[in-house]
Design a protein. Structure first.
Ligand code: EPZ
Length: 427
Protein backbone atom coordinates (compact mmCIF):
# COMPACT_ATOMS: atom_id res chain seq x y z
CA UNK A 1 0.00 0.00 0.00
CA UNK A 2 1.53 3.32 -1.07
CA UNK A 3 2.46 5.99 1.42
CA UNK A 4 3.83 9.50 1.02
CA UNK A 5 6.83 10.69 3.02
CA UNK A 6 7.40 14.41 3.64
CA UNK A 7 10.23 16.16 5.41
CA UNK A 8 8.67 19.47 6.37
CA UNK A 9 9.78 23.04 6.94
CA UNK A 10 10.52 24.19 3.39
CA UNK A 11 8.67 27.14 1.83
CA UNK A 12 7.03 26.50 -1.55
CA UNK A 13 8.28 28.57 -4.49
CA UNK A 14 7.46 28.38 -8.16
CA UNK A 15 4.68 27.58 -10.65
CA UNK A 16 2.19 24.79 -10.12
CA UNK A 17 -0.25 23.70 -12.88
CA UNK A 18 -3.86 23.23 -11.76
CA UNK A 19 -5.57 20.16 -13.27
CA UNK A 20 -9.10 19.70 -14.55
CA UNK A 21 -11.71 19.55 -11.78
CA UNK A 22 -12.50 16.05 -10.49
CA UNK A 23 -16.03 17.05 -9.48
CA UNK A 24 -16.75 18.44 -12.92
CA UNK A 25 -15.16 15.53 -14.81
CA UNK A 26 -17.30 13.03 -12.89
CA UNK A 27 -20.52 14.68 -14.06
CA UNK A 28 -19.36 15.41 -17.62
CA UNK A 29 -18.41 11.79 -18.36
CA UNK A 30 -21.96 10.37 -17.93
CA UNK A 31 -23.24 12.93 -20.46
CA UNK A 32 -21.89 10.52 -23.09
CA UNK A 33 -24.82 8.24 -22.26
CA UNK A 34 -27.28 10.88 -23.48
CA UNK A 35 -26.36 10.66 -27.17
CA UNK A 36 -25.27 8.06 -29.74
CA UNK A 37 -22.67 10.49 -31.09
CA UNK A 38 -19.10 10.92 -29.79
CA UNK A 39 -18.55 13.16 -26.77
CA UNK A 40 -14.95 14.34 -26.32
CA UNK A 41 -13.91 15.69 -22.92
CA UNK A 42 -10.60 17.58 -22.76
CA UNK A 43 -8.42 18.57 -19.78
CA UNK A 44 -9.41 15.42 -17.88
CA UNK A 45 -7.36 14.98 -14.70
CA UNK A 46 -5.33 11.79 -14.37
CA UNK A 47 -7.21 10.45 -11.32
CA UNK A 48 -8.33 7.08 -10.01
CA UNK A 49 -11.98 8.19 -9.91
CA UNK A 50 -11.90 9.27 -13.55
CA UNK A 51 -10.49 5.87 -14.53
CA UNK A 52 -13.12 4.07 -12.44
CA UNK A 53 -15.86 6.08 -14.09
CA UNK A 54 -14.49 5.17 -17.52
CA UNK A 55 -14.67 1.48 -16.59
CA UNK A 56 -18.27 1.87 -15.44
CA UNK A 57 -19.18 3.51 -18.75
CA UNK A 58 -17.48 0.64 -20.62
CA UNK A 59 -19.69 -1.81 -18.70
CA UNK A 60 -22.73 0.11 -19.92
CA UNK A 61 -21.62 -0.20 -23.55
CA UNK A 62 -19.79 3.09 -23.96
CA UNK A 63 -16.58 2.91 -26.00
CA UNK A 64 -13.85 5.12 -24.55
CA UNK A 65 -10.52 6.14 -26.06
CA UNK A 66 -7.89 8.18 -24.28
CA UNK A 67 -5.66 10.19 -26.61
CA UNK A 68 -3.46 13.24 -26.77
CA UNK A 69 -1.10 14.53 -24.17
CA UNK A 70 2.20 12.88 -23.30
CA UNK A 71 2.50 11.26 -19.84
CA UNK A 72 4.54 14.19 -18.51
CA UNK A 73 1.87 16.69 -19.55
CA UNK A 74 -1.27 17.27 -17.55
CA UNK A 75 -4.81 16.69 -18.72
CA UNK A 76 -6.03 13.90 -20.97
CA UNK A 77 -8.54 13.78 -23.79
CA UNK A 78 -11.20 11.09 -23.63
CA UNK A 79 -13.61 10.40 -26.46
CA UNK A 80 -16.68 8.37 -25.51
CA UNK A 81 -19.40 6.92 -27.72
CA UNK A 82 -22.60 5.23 -26.56
CA UNK A 83 -23.90 3.95 -29.90
CA UNK A 84 -26.32 1.88 -27.85
CA UNK A 85 -26.38 0.80 -24.21
CA UNK A 86 -25.57 -2.84 -23.47
CA UNK A 87 -26.67 -2.52 -19.83
CA UNK A 88 -28.80 -0.18 -17.74
CA UNK A 89 -27.43 -1.06 -14.30
CA UNK A 90 -24.76 0.39 -12.00
CA UNK A 91 -23.82 -2.53 -9.70
CA UNK A 92 -23.16 -2.36 -5.96
CA UNK A 93 -19.46 -3.23 -6.15
CA UNK A 94 -18.84 -0.15 -8.31
CA UNK A 95 -21.20 2.27 -6.59
CA UNK A 96 -19.95 1.39 -3.09
CA UNK A 97 -16.37 2.24 -4.13
CA UNK A 98 -17.23 5.47 -5.90
CA UNK A 99 -20.38 7.30 -4.86
CA UNK A 100 -20.27 9.50 -7.98
CA UNK A 101 -21.31 6.40 -9.98
CA UNK A 102 -24.84 7.36 -8.97
CA UNK A 103 -24.56 10.05 -11.64
CA UNK A 104 -25.30 7.46 -14.34
CA UNK A 105 -28.86 7.10 -13.00
CA UNK A 106 -30.39 10.13 -14.71
CA UNK A 107 -28.61 9.66 -18.05
CA UNK A 108 -29.40 5.93 -18.33
CA UNK A 109 -33.06 6.60 -17.45
CA UNK A 110 -33.22 9.37 -20.06
CA UNK A 111 -31.56 7.24 -22.72
CA UNK A 112 -33.11 3.82 -22.11
CA UNK A 113 -36.36 4.64 -20.36
CA UNK A 114 -35.32 2.63 -17.32
CA UNK A 115 -32.28 2.37 -15.01
CA UNK A 116 -31.23 0.24 -12.05
CA UNK A 117 -28.57 1.46 -9.64
CA UNK A 118 -27.33 0.26 -6.31
CA UNK A 119 -27.99 2.44 -3.29
CA UNK A 120 -24.51 3.80 -2.52
CA UNK A 121 -24.35 3.12 1.20
CA UNK A 122 -22.47 5.53 3.43
CA UNK A 123 -18.85 6.68 3.26
CA UNK A 124 -16.23 8.05 5.64
CA UNK A 125 -17.70 11.56 5.76
CA UNK A 126 -21.31 10.63 6.30
CA UNK A 127 -24.41 8.67 5.42
CA UNK A 128 -24.81 10.45 2.05
CA UNK A 129 -28.24 9.11 0.98
CA UNK A 130 -29.67 9.58 -2.51
CA UNK A 131 -33.27 10.36 -1.56
CA UNK A 132 -33.09 13.78 -3.22
CA UNK A 133 -31.91 12.21 -6.50
CA UNK A 134 -34.88 9.83 -6.42
CA UNK A 135 -37.45 12.48 -5.43
CA UNK A 136 -36.22 14.68 -8.28
CA UNK A 137 -36.71 11.92 -10.86
CA UNK A 138 -40.15 11.12 -9.42
CA UNK A 139 -41.09 14.80 -9.74
CA UNK A 140 -40.11 14.50 -13.41
CA UNK A 141 -42.46 11.55 -13.88
CA UNK A 142 -40.28 8.52 -13.13
CA UNK A 143 -41.72 5.50 -11.31
CA UNK A 144 -39.35 3.98 -8.70
CA UNK A 145 -39.11 0.43 -7.36
CA UNK A 146 -36.73 -0.43 -4.51
CA UNK A 147 -35.53 -3.95 -3.83
CA UNK A 148 -32.49 -5.64 -2.29
CA UNK A 149 -30.44 -2.47 -2.04
CA UNK A 150 -31.16 -1.43 -5.61
CA UNK A 151 -33.49 1.19 -7.03
CA UNK A 152 -35.09 0.79 -10.46
CA UNK A 153 -36.38 3.92 -12.15
CA UNK A 154 -38.82 3.68 -15.07
CA UNK A 155 -39.94 6.42 -17.44
CA UNK A 156 -43.56 5.71 -18.46
CA UNK A 157 -43.69 5.25 -22.22
CA UNK A 158 -39.88 5.37 -22.33
CA UNK A 159 -39.49 9.14 -21.99
CA UNK A 160 -39.77 11.34 -18.89
CA UNK A 161 -42.48 14.04 -19.11
CA UNK A 162 -40.45 16.52 -17.00
CA UNK A 163 -41.84 18.49 -14.07
CA UNK A 164 -41.01 20.84 -11.19
CA UNK A 165 -38.26 19.71 -8.81
CA UNK A 166 -38.13 21.54 -5.48
CA UNK A 167 -35.00 20.62 -3.48
CA UNK A 168 -35.47 21.10 0.30
CA UNK A 169 -31.69 21.37 0.67
CA UNK A 170 -28.99 22.05 -1.90
CA UNK A 171 -27.56 18.87 -3.41
CA UNK A 172 -24.84 18.98 -6.06
CA UNK A 173 -25.29 15.38 -7.24
CA UNK A 174 -29.08 15.45 -7.23
CA UNK A 175 -29.03 18.69 -9.25
CA UNK A 176 -26.68 17.01 -11.73
CA UNK A 177 -28.83 13.88 -12.08
CA UNK A 178 -31.97 16.00 -12.55
CA UNK A 179 -30.24 18.20 -15.17
CA UNK A 180 -29.05 15.22 -17.22
CA UNK A 181 -32.44 13.48 -17.03
CA UNK A 182 -34.27 16.70 -17.98
CA UNK A 183 -32.17 17.47 -21.07
CA UNK A 184 -34.11 15.01 -23.28
CA UNK A 185 -37.39 14.87 -21.36
CA UNK A 186 -40.61 15.34 -23.31
CA UNK A 187 -41.51 18.66 -21.69
CA UNK A 188 -40.16 21.39 -19.40
CA UNK A 189 -38.41 20.80 -16.08
CA UNK A 190 -37.87 23.54 -13.51
CA UNK A 191 -35.32 22.83 -10.76
CA UNK A 192 -35.77 25.06 -7.70
CA UNK A 193 -33.05 25.46 -5.05
CA UNK A 194 -30.58 23.97 -7.52
CA UNK A 195 -26.91 23.79 -6.54
CA UNK A 196 -24.91 26.71 -8.00
CA UNK A 197 -21.41 25.20 -7.78
CA UNK A 198 -19.14 26.02 -10.76
CA UNK A 199 -19.18 22.30 -11.58
CA UNK A 200 -22.95 22.60 -12.18
CA UNK A 201 -22.28 25.51 -14.56
CA UNK A 202 -19.70 23.35 -16.35
CA UNK A 203 -22.29 20.59 -16.75
CA UNK A 204 -24.90 23.05 -18.08
CA UNK A 205 -22.41 24.45 -20.60
CA UNK A 206 -21.50 20.98 -21.82
CA UNK A 207 -25.16 19.95 -22.14
CA UNK A 208 -25.91 23.21 -24.01
CA UNK A 209 -23.05 22.43 -26.39
CA UNK A 210 -24.71 19.04 -26.96
CA UNK A 211 -27.96 20.84 -27.87
CA UNK A 212 -29.75 21.06 -24.51
CA UNK A 213 -31.97 24.05 -23.79
CA UNK A 214 -31.17 25.35 -20.27
CA UNK A 215 -31.99 28.74 -18.76
CA UNK A 216 -30.84 30.19 -15.43
CA UNK A 217 -27.32 28.71 -15.58
CA UNK A 218 -25.45 29.68 -12.40
CA UNK A 219 -28.61 30.54 -10.50
CA UNK A 220 -30.66 28.45 -8.07
CA UNK A 221 -33.55 28.07 -10.55
CA UNK A 222 -32.80 26.07 -13.68
CA UNK A 223 -35.34 25.72 -16.51
CA UNK A 224 -34.74 22.93 -18.99
CA UNK A 225 -36.86 22.44 -22.11
CA UNK A 226 -36.37 18.83 -23.17
CA UNK A 227 -35.20 18.14 -26.72
CA UNK A 228 -35.73 14.95 -28.72
CA UNK A 229 -32.05 14.11 -28.81
CA UNK A 230 -28.63 15.53 -28.04
CA UNK A 231 -25.67 15.47 -30.42
CA UNK A 232 -21.96 14.92 -29.80
CA UNK A 233 -19.63 17.72 -28.73
CA UNK A 234 -16.16 18.56 -27.45
CA UNK A 235 -15.84 20.21 -24.04
CA UNK A 236 -12.94 21.06 -21.72
CA UNK A 237 -13.21 20.47 -17.97
CA UNK A 238 -12.93 23.60 -15.79
CA UNK A 239 -9.83 23.93 -13.56
CA UNK A 240 -10.09 22.36 -10.12
CA UNK A 241 -10.94 25.12 -7.63
CA UNK A 242 -10.49 22.72 -4.70
CA UNK A 243 -7.06 21.57 -5.83
CA UNK A 244 -6.04 25.23 -6.26
CA UNK A 245 -7.40 26.13 -2.81
CA UNK A 246 -5.58 23.16 -1.28
CA UNK A 247 -2.20 24.26 -2.63
CA UNK A 248 -2.92 27.84 -1.54
CA UNK A 249 -3.34 26.53 2.03
CA UNK A 250 0.02 24.77 1.65
CA UNK A 251 1.64 28.13 0.88
CA UNK A 252 -0.18 29.67 3.82
CA UNK A 253 1.32 27.23 6.30
CA UNK A 254 4.84 26.85 4.80
CA UNK A 255 5.32 30.41 3.58
CA UNK A 256 6.64 31.04 0.08
CA UNK A 257 5.14 32.08 -3.25
CA UNK A 258 3.26 29.94 -5.74
CA UNK A 259 1.74 30.72 -9.11
CA UNK A 260 -1.31 28.46 -9.42
CA UNK A 261 -1.56 28.21 -13.20
CA UNK A 262 -5.09 27.99 -14.57
CA UNK A 263 -6.91 28.67 -11.29
CA UNK A 264 -10.01 30.83 -11.82
CA UNK A 265 -10.37 33.49 -9.11
CA UNK A 266 -14.04 34.14 -9.90
CA UNK A 267 -14.88 30.56 -8.85
CA UNK A 268 -12.88 30.76 -5.60
CA UNK A 269 -14.06 33.97 -3.98
CA UNK A 270 -14.95 32.43 -0.59
CA UNK A 271 -11.62 30.57 -0.45
CA UNK A 272 -9.69 33.68 -1.47
CA UNK A 273 -11.52 35.78 1.16
CA UNK A 274 -10.61 33.23 3.85
CA UNK A 275 -6.96 33.11 2.77
CA UNK A 276 -6.68 36.90 2.78
CA UNK A 277 -8.31 37.17 6.21
CA UNK A 278 -5.75 34.65 7.49
CA UNK A 279 -2.95 36.89 6.20
CA UNK A 280 -2.15 35.05 2.95
CA UNK A 281 -1.65 37.34 -0.02
CA UNK A 282 -3.64 36.37 -3.12
CA UNK A 283 -3.21 38.23 -6.40
CA UNK A 284 -5.76 37.46 -9.12
CA UNK A 285 -3.94 37.16 -12.43
CA UNK A 286 -4.95 36.60 -16.06
CA UNK A 287 -3.88 32.98 -16.10
CA UNK A 288 -4.27 32.03 -12.43
CA UNK A 289 -3.50 33.08 -8.88
CA UNK A 290 -0.31 34.30 -7.28
CA UNK A 291 -0.36 33.17 -3.63
CA UNK A 292 2.32 34.27 -1.15
CA UNK A 293 2.72 34.09 2.61
CA UNK A 294 5.28 34.65 5.32
CA UNK A 295 4.02 31.74 7.39
CA UNK A 296 2.53 34.15 9.98
CA UNK A 297 -1.21 33.35 10.09
CA UNK A 298 -4.25 34.93 11.75
CA UNK A 299 -7.11 32.82 13.15
CA UNK A 300 -10.47 32.62 11.35
CA UNK A 301 -14.11 31.86 12.04
CA UNK A 302 -15.47 29.87 9.10
CA UNK A 303 -18.68 27.97 8.35
CA UNK A 304 -19.09 25.73 5.31
CA UNK A 305 -22.05 26.48 3.01
CA UNK A 306 -23.27 25.59 -0.47
CA UNK A 307 -21.71 27.73 -3.23
CA UNK A 308 -21.01 30.64 -3.29
CA UNK A 309 -20.36 30.07 0.43
CA UNK A 310 -17.19 28.52 1.86
CA UNK A 311 -16.79 25.03 0.33
CA UNK A 312 -17.03 22.00 2.58
CA UNK A 313 -14.31 20.48 0.39
CA UNK A 314 -11.94 23.20 1.66
CA UNK A 315 -12.65 22.75 5.39
CA UNK A 316 -9.98 20.12 6.19
CA UNK A 317 -7.28 21.99 4.27
CA UNK A 318 -8.03 25.30 6.05
CA UNK A 319 -8.03 23.49 9.38
CA UNK A 320 -4.54 22.14 8.69
CA UNK A 321 -3.29 25.62 7.81
CA UNK A 322 -4.92 27.18 10.87
CA UNK A 323 -3.19 24.77 13.26
CA UNK A 324 -0.30 27.21 13.03
CA UNK A 325 -2.28 30.49 13.33
CA UNK A 326 -1.63 32.94 16.18
CA UNK A 327 -4.86 32.39 18.10
CA UNK A 328 -7.97 30.20 18.01
CA UNK A 329 -10.08 29.54 14.93
CA UNK A 330 -13.65 28.24 14.90
CA UNK A 331 -14.74 26.03 11.98
CA UNK A 332 -18.32 24.82 11.53
CA UNK A 333 -19.12 21.99 9.09
CA UNK A 334 -22.77 22.37 8.02
CA UNK A 335 -22.85 20.03 5.00
CA UNK A 336 -21.64 16.60 6.19
CA UNK A 337 -22.15 15.05 9.60
CA UNK A 338 -18.74 13.43 9.98
CA UNK A 339 -16.13 15.48 8.21
CA UNK A 340 -13.60 15.79 11.02
CA UNK A 341 -11.76 12.48 10.51
CA UNK A 342 -8.56 14.45 9.97
CA UNK A 343 -8.67 15.90 13.51
CA UNK A 344 -7.22 12.91 15.44
CA UNK A 345 -4.47 12.59 12.84
CA UNK A 346 -3.59 16.30 12.96
CA UNK A 347 -3.53 16.01 16.76
CA UNK A 348 -0.90 13.26 16.47
CA UNK A 349 1.24 15.92 14.81
CA UNK A 350 0.82 18.28 17.75
CA UNK A 351 -2.22 20.25 16.63
CA UNK A 352 -4.56 21.46 19.40
CA UNK A 353 -8.14 20.97 18.18
CA UNK A 354 -11.39 20.46 20.09
CA UNK A 355 -14.43 19.11 18.23
CA UNK A 356 -17.94 19.54 19.61
CA UNK A 357 -20.66 18.35 17.26
CA UNK A 358 -20.32 20.20 13.97
CA UNK A 359 -17.86 22.78 15.35
CA UNK A 360 -14.09 22.49 15.69
CA UNK A 361 -12.00 24.97 17.67
CA UNK A 362 -8.40 25.09 16.44
CA UNK A 363 -5.92 26.61 18.91
CA UNK A 364 -2.80 27.63 16.99
CA UNK A 365 0.48 26.02 18.04
CA UNK A 366 4.08 27.11 17.46
CA UNK A 367 5.22 23.88 15.90
CA UNK A 368 3.81 20.73 14.31
CA UNK A 369 5.88 17.56 14.53
CA UNK A 370 6.15 14.95 11.80
CA UNK A 371 4.51 11.59 12.54
CA UNK A 372 3.07 8.52 10.79
CA UNK A 373 -0.59 9.39 10.07
CA UNK A 374 -3.54 7.70 8.37
CA UNK A 375 -5.54 9.12 5.48
CA UNK A 376 -9.28 8.45 5.86
CA UNK A 377 -10.93 10.36 3.04
CA UNK A 378 -9.85 12.54 0.16
CA UNK A 379 -9.76 16.02 1.68
CA UNK A 380 -8.60 14.72 5.08
CA UNK A 381 -5.60 13.21 3.27
CA UNK A 382 -4.73 16.59 1.79
CA UNK A 383 -4.95 18.23 5.20
CA UNK A 384 -2.30 15.76 6.44
CA UNK A 385 -0.05 16.57 3.49
CA UNK A 386 -0.43 20.30 4.21
CA UNK A 387 0.45 19.78 7.88
CA UNK A 388 3.38 17.54 6.94
CA UNK A 389 4.81 20.24 4.65
CA UNK A 390 5.17 22.55 7.67
CA UNK A 391 5.91 19.99 10.39
CA UNK A 392 9.37 19.54 11.89
CA UNK A 393 10.81 16.19 10.83
CA UNK A 394 9.29 13.41 8.77
CA UNK A 395 5.59 12.72 8.20
CA UNK A 396 4.38 9.49 6.62
CA UNK A 397 0.86 9.64 5.20
CA UNK A 398 -0.52 6.11 4.81
CA UNK A 399 -3.41 4.91 2.61
CA UNK A 400 -2.68 7.49 -0.07
CA UNK A 401 -5.15 5.80 -2.43
CA UNK A 402 -7.56 8.34 -0.96
CA UNK A 403 -5.35 11.14 -2.28
CA UNK A 404 -5.01 9.57 -5.71
CA UNK A 405 -8.76 9.91 -6.14
CA UNK A 406 -8.60 13.68 -6.22
CA UNK A 407 -5.09 15.07 -6.63
CA UNK A 408 -3.29 14.50 -9.91
CA UNK A 409 0.41 13.66 -9.38
CA UNK A 410 0.58 15.48 -6.09
CA UNK A 411 4.13 14.62 -5.11
CA UNK A 412 5.40 15.59 -8.59
CA UNK A 413 3.69 18.97 -8.39
CA UNK A 414 4.94 19.65 -4.86
CA UNK A 415 8.51 18.44 -5.50
CA UNK A 416 8.71 20.83 -8.45
CA UNK A 417 8.09 23.79 -6.13
CA UNK A 418 10.58 22.85 -3.42
CA UNK A 419 8.86 20.34 -1.15
CA UNK A 420 10.87 17.37 0.15
CA UNK A 421 8.24 14.73 -0.66
CA UNK A 422 8.29 11.23 -2.14
CA UNK A 423 6.01 8.24 -2.64
CA UNK A 424 7.10 4.96 -1.08
CA UNK A 425 5.36 2.26 -3.06
CA UNK A 426 6.39 -0.73 -1.02
CA UNK A 427 5.30 0.91 2.25
C1 EPZ B 1 -20.56 16.57 -4.23
O1 EPZ B 1 -20.99 15.46 -3.49
C2 EPZ B 1 -19.04 16.47 -4.32
N1 EPZ B 1 -18.68 15.22 -5.02
C3 EPZ B 1 -18.44 16.45 -2.92
O2 EPZ B 1 -17.03 16.43 -3.06
C4 EPZ B 1 -18.84 17.75 -2.21
O3 EPZ B 1 -18.36 17.71 -0.90
C5 EPZ B 1 -20.37 17.88 -2.20
O4 EPZ B 1 -20.89 17.81 -3.54
C6 EPZ B 1 -20.82 19.21 -1.60
O5 EPZ B 1 -20.27 20.26 -2.30
C7 EPZ B 1 -18.75 15.20 -6.37
O6 EPZ B 1 -19.12 16.17 -7.02
C8 EPZ B 1 -18.35 13.91 -7.04
P1 EPZ B 1 -24.46 16.79 -2.03
P2 EPZ B 1 -22.57 15.11 -3.38
O7 EPZ B 1 -25.50 15.96 -2.68
O8 EPZ B 1 -23.24 15.46 -4.65
C9 EPZ B 1 -27.11 15.39 1.63
C10 EPZ B 1 -14.84 15.72 -2.62
O9 EPZ B 1 -14.14 15.73 -1.61
N2 EPZ B 1 -27.89 14.64 0.63
O10 EPZ B 1 -24.34 18.24 -2.41
O11 EPZ B 1 -22.69 13.73 -2.88
C11 EPZ B 1 -25.69 14.85 1.79
O12 EPZ B 1 -25.68 13.76 2.69
C12 EPZ B 1 -16.30 15.30 -2.53
O13 EPZ B 1 -14.45 16.04 -3.76
C13 EPZ B 1 -29.08 14.04 1.03
O14 EPZ B 1 -29.49 14.14 2.18
O15 EPZ B 1 -23.02 16.13 -2.24
C14 EPZ B 1 -24.96 16.05 2.31
O16 EPZ B 1 -25.18 16.16 3.69
C15 EPZ B 1 -16.70 14.92 -1.12
N3 EPZ B 1 -29.80 13.35 0.10
C16 EPZ B 1 -25.65 17.23 1.59
O17 EPZ B 1 -26.91 16.72 1.14
C17 EPZ B 1 -29.39 13.24 -1.20
O18 EPZ B 1 -30.11 12.61 -2.01
C18 EPZ B 1 -24.89 17.75 0.37
O19 EPZ B 1 -24.61 16.64 -0.45
C19 EPZ B 1 -28.18 13.85 -1.57
C20 EPZ B 1 -27.45 14.55 -0.65
Amino acid sequence: MDRIIIRGGRPLEGRLPISGAKNSALTLLPCALLTDEPLTIRNLPRLADVDSFGHLLNQLGVSTTIEGTKPEEFGRVMTMRATSLTATMAPYDIVRKMRASILVLGPILARAGEATVSLPGGCAIGNRPIDLHLKALEAMGARLEMSAGYVRAIAPGGRLPGGTVKFPIVSVGATENALMAAATARGRTVIENAAREPEIVDLCRCLQRMGAKIDGVGTSTLTIDGVKELHGATYAVMPDRIEAGSYACAVGITGGRLELEGARADEMQATIAGLREAGVEVEERENGLLVSATGELKPLTLSTDPYPGFATDMQAQFMAMLTRAHGSSVLTETIFENRYMHVPELSRMGADIQVKGRTAVVHGVEQLNGAPVMATDLRASMSLIIAGLAAKGETQVNRVYHLDRGYERLEEKLSAVGADIERDSDG
